[in-house]
Design a protein around this ligand. Structure first.
Ligand code: NDP
Ligand code: MG
Length: 380
């Protein structure tokens, strides 16, 4: 059956890989909705390539500019536009690839209107994983991970009894500063942090990969997606990024998923789940990779993993605070108003100062998110 897909954040890096999948699988995937925010040029190109897609621009002015180029289209915009796309009657699945937490409301709206959800935006699961998974359970919708590690785990689990899982092992490239010293880290510039050794991605996740907050967020993401407690979620450094993650079972067997470093594969598997098709991902030539290395993460130098473990274990508002403080700190770092170590120092401080709520409502999570952002901003 052809999947009718809405892509929120279609003009970004994940959006770009999703279009490669859609082009390669025209019999399996039909793009019915596309959103972008600032990049109206790219949204216009995509609208011409996928003419039956409903469109949503970032604001009224960009919607009007697009409308002038596309007289046959009604162009939606802003939050109400994202909601209309997320609840589009003709859609089967909504892929949320908006950076940060701006995709949370549309993700919940998509589930509430009986759609499946493909989640790239790990931040929404870190902030409100309980709410997202509860909405999915209530409505009978699926939450399918696009993040390569979680998609790998989904492939490794493949219907196995959750009681037989000993632990999930998330692999981590180690980022561009895997072999750095504390003195090196103090002087890291945005340009250096944006140069990821194995993946080409958007700016925010590239910085998160350099601080290892990306892996910290992914530990919390895994907790919600697979219903596994934090103490059963481990991280191992694997510089080649060929093993995308692993599951260890109680009998000592470890099942790993391997493929080229190309997001097209996890995107495709999430969109066509549980089917497999020949798609755009290049085959993996293990002999040319040569070797696969694994090592312990350096938690002394990169406090993000311990901070995330603490937040994920405590639960309540703490993951939302960690996530929002990190987003604000990454913005400040990219704007050269904060040092690289200042990112985790800001997050640690926000986790100490923002009031903790153990069983928060969605409104309390939004308030914790806001308080964490201002806790970071007030000190800059
Ligand atoms: P990009 O920065 O490349 O793209 C982000 C997309 O979201 C763009 O389409 C952008 O529009 C849109 N956008 C940004 N802010 C808003 C907003 N406030 N409201 C509406 N739309 C917005 O990011 P990535 O594609 O790299 O990442 C997207 C998500 O996927 C992140 O959560 C990331 O952690 C996750 N992810 C990414 C991976 C990757 O390989 N890139 C791997 C695994 C997860 P515009 O550009 O038009 O302004
Ligand atoms: Mg990942």
């Amino acid at each position: 059956m052809k999947k009718r897909v809405v892509v929120l954040g279609a003009t970004g890096s994940i959006g770009e890989s999703t279009m490669r999948v859609a082009r390669a699988l025209p019999e399996q995937i039909k793009i019915v909705g596309l959103s972008g925010r600032n990049n109206t040029t790219r949204l216009l190109e995509l609208a011409r390539e996928f003419p039956s897609a409903q469109l949503c621009a970032g604001n009224e002015a960009s919607a009007a500019a697009l409308g002038a180029e596309l007289p046959d289209h009604t162009i939606l915009h802003g939050d109400s536009g994202l909601e209309q796309l997320a609840t589009l009657p003709e859609a089967d699945i909504v892929l949320v690839a908006i950076v940060g937490t701006a995709g949370l409301k549309p993700a919940l709206q998509a589930l509430e209107s009986d759609k499946d959800l493909a989640v790239a935006s790990k931040e929404i699961l870190v902030m409100a994983g309980e709410q997202v998974m509860a909405a999915a359970a209530r409505m009978g919708g699926r939450v399918l991970p696009v993040d390569s590690e979680h998609n790998a785990i989904l492939q490794c689990l493949d219907g196995k009894d959750p009681a037989t899982i000993k632990r999930l092992i998330l692999t981590c490239s180690g980022g561009p500063f895997r072999n750095a010293t504390a003195a090196d880290l103090a002087g890291v510039t945005p340009e250096q942090a944006l140069r990821h050794p194995t993946w080409s991605m958007g700016r925010k996740i590239s910085v998160d990969s350099a601080t290892l907050f990306n892996k910290g967020l992914e530990m919390i993401e895994a907790k919600w997606l697979f219903g596994i407690p934090m103490e059963k979620i481990d991280v191992v450094i694997h510089p080649q990024s060929i093993v995308h993650s692993m599951v260890e079972f109680v009998d000592g067997s470890i099942i790993a998923q391997m493929s080229s470093t190309d997001m097209a594969l996890p995107i495709q598997y999430a969109l066509t789940y549980p089917e497999r098709y020949a798609g755009p991902c290049a085959p993996l030539d293990l002999a040319s990779v040569g070797r696969l290395d694994f090592e312990e993460p350096r938690t002394d130098l990169f406090p993000a993993l311990d901070l995330a473990r603490r937040a994920g274990t405590a639960g309540g508002t703490l993951p939302a605070v960690l996530n929002a403080a990190n987003e604000a700190a990454v913005d400040a770092f990219l704007a050269r108003r904060l040092s690289f170590p200042g990112i985790w120092e800001s997050v640690a401080r926000a986790m100490e100062t923002v009031p903790f709520v153990e069983h928060p409502t969605l409104e309390q999570l939004i308030e914790a998110d806001r308080a964490a952002r201002s806790a970071v901003g007030d000190r800059l």
